[in-house]
Design a protein around this ligand. Structure first.
Ligand SMILES: *[C@@H]1O[C@H](CO)[C@@H](O)[C@H](O)[C@H]1NC(C)=O
Ligand SMILES: *[C@@H]1O[C@H](CO)[C@@H](O)[C@H](O)[C@H]1NC(C)=O
Ligand SMILES: *[C@@H]1O[C@H](CO)[C@@H](O)[C@H](O)[C@H]1NC(C)=O
Ligand SMILES: *[C@@H]1O[C@H](CO)[C@@H](O)[C@H](O)[C@H]1NC(C)=O
Ligand SMILES: *[C@@H]1O[C@H](CO)[C@@H](O)[C@H](O)[C@H]1NC(C)=O
Ligand SMILES: CC(=O)N[C@H]1CO[C@H](CO)[C@@H](O)[C@@H]1O
Length: 371
């Protein structure tokens, strides 16, 4: 589509050059005339292109208003954006838990309590069973991190938002959490931080002072390898711009609330998420059996689309002029955390439970103790 436009423009330029030559240099007063016409047409073409793109990311404003985006609520000036009308706390770690992931959430909680003791931790519950929720709540309240379980209401959003395959609730959680905290560290419950808190506070400070967003993990592969080519159209961009921009992940990312973050990252990101053709272009698949990351050259689309993570990489690339160093860390810092599979978490928790009941057979009030 972009190539076609380019060829069209090129044809126009050649046509006008041709006219200029025919009219000859003697006709100098009318050359400017022609140039003016050419300029006008050029402007109009650009204008058309832009409105066409904007239409494509047209999102029901009610969704944006619910999330507390103010810029877009021009029609209801002074409308209640009650999310923003609260005094914000400084910082929280933000995570989420799906049905069946209790073990992962408990182990994450314990990990964070040891690395970032006394901080806030907000866990968004996206479907734990009553019993598991009760267990998590007890663990939460007895831990030495200020742990809170949030019950988000995403029922107003299209159903596909809650589909685990696409995990599109992640940007919504981030936006929601940033209405309560100035800075957050967003993570999944498979993430375990390594080392001491100083490293993380340093990155937090950098995020606050500089660039408003910092992912703790960057991959070798470029954005284009995991992003369906059609997604770029919705951002008035193209895959050519991203061939050598490395991907960052959403596994552990610092966000600092600012107008820049809202306008350049969160708004376009969430607009795409709420536009099905943008976030899941026809033919896009997340099925890892289809991924072919060994394709040469590395920037070729692997056949595996990253949904919210892909869109995140596109908006960050555009917001930071394709300089991924601005929204990620150097490779040396990439060992700041590791990822634990759910089955491993379940096994580890089981071992701990057994060990505790062997060593302390009478402390039956311990949450992991009941058999
Ligand atoms: C926040 O909302 C309350 C009522 O809910 C209102 O009285 C107060 O003025 C609001 N504060 C700001 C800063 O808008
Ligand atoms: C929040 O940050 C401000 C300024 O950065 C600081 O003065 C204040 O003590 C912090 N509050 C807490 C509870 O840490
Ligand atoms: C944990 O603490 C919260 C807030 O203080 C409270 O609402 C909840 O009932 C507590 N959970 C348990 C299981 O005690
Ligand atoms: C990063 O690691 C490499 C070797 O692994 C080392 O040569 C380099 O000095 C390190 N850079 C920083 C900034 O620590
Ligand atoms: C089991 O518990 C003992 C004492 O509480 C501890 O020293 C040991 O490291 C534990 N083993 C495992 C595998 O957790
Ligand atoms: C020198 C010359 O040909 N001038 C013409 C330029 O074009 C205008 C109309 O746009 C004519 O009125 C001039 O005669």
């Amino acid at each position: 589509m972009r190539t076609k436009n380019f060829i069209f423009l090129l044809a126009l330029v050649i046509l006008f050059s041709f006219l200029l030559i025919i009219l000859g240099p003697g006709n100098s007063t009318n050359i400017t005339n022609i140039q003016n016409i050419a300029n006008q047409q050029f402007k109009q073409i650009k204008e058309n292109l832009r409105t066409e793109k904007e239409k494509q990311l047209d999102v029901d404003e009610k969704y944006l208003r619910l999330l507390g985006f103010q810029e877009d609520v021009s029609t209801t000036r002074g409308g209640s954006t009650n999310l923003l009308n609260t005094t914000k706390q400084n910082f929280s770690v933000v995570s989420y838990v799906l049905e069946g992931q209790l073990a992962a959430s408990i182990l994450q909680l314990q990990n964070l309590a040891s690395v970032m003791a006394n901080e806030n931790l907000h866990i968004y519950n996206l479907g734990l069973s009553e019993e598991d929720l009760q267990t998590l709540s007890i663990t939460c309240n007895s831990s030495n991190i200020k742990c809170t379980i949030i019950q988000p209401d995403f029922s107003v959003y299209p159903l596909y938002i809650m589909d685990d395959k696409f995990h599109l609730y992640r940007p919504l959680i981030i936006k929601h959490a940033l209405s309560k905290f100035k800075t957050i560290l967003f993570t999944g419950n498979h993430v375990r931080l390594r080392g001491n808190s100083k490293v993380f506070y340093d990155i937090k400070r950098k995020t606050e002072e500089q660039n408003h967003v910092k992912s703790l993990e960057i991959k070798k592969l470029p954005v284009t390898s995991s992003t369906h080519p059609r997604m770029f159209d919705y951002f008035d961009s193209d895959d050519d711009s991203f061939l050598f921009v490395r991907q960052v992940t959403l596994d552990a990312v610092f966000f600092h609330q600012s107008k820049f973050l809202d306008d350049k990252i969160l708004l376009p990101w969430i607009k795409c998420v709420l536009t099905p053709q943008c976030i899941q272009p026809i033919g896009a698949s997340s099925n890892t059996n289809h991924c072919k990351f060994n394709k040469k050259p590395a920037y070729r689309y692997s056949g595996c689309h990253g949904y919210d993570e892909s869109a995140f990489n596109v908006v960050c690339g555009l917001a930071f002029n394709f300089n991924e160093a601005k929204y990620s860390l150097t490779d040396n810092d990439s060992a700041l955390f590791y990822k634990e599979k759910l089955e491993d978490s379940i096994r580890i928790l089981e071992i701990r439970k057994r060990n505790i009941s062997e060593h302390h057979p009478y402390t039956s009030e311990h949450p992991y103790n009941d058999e």
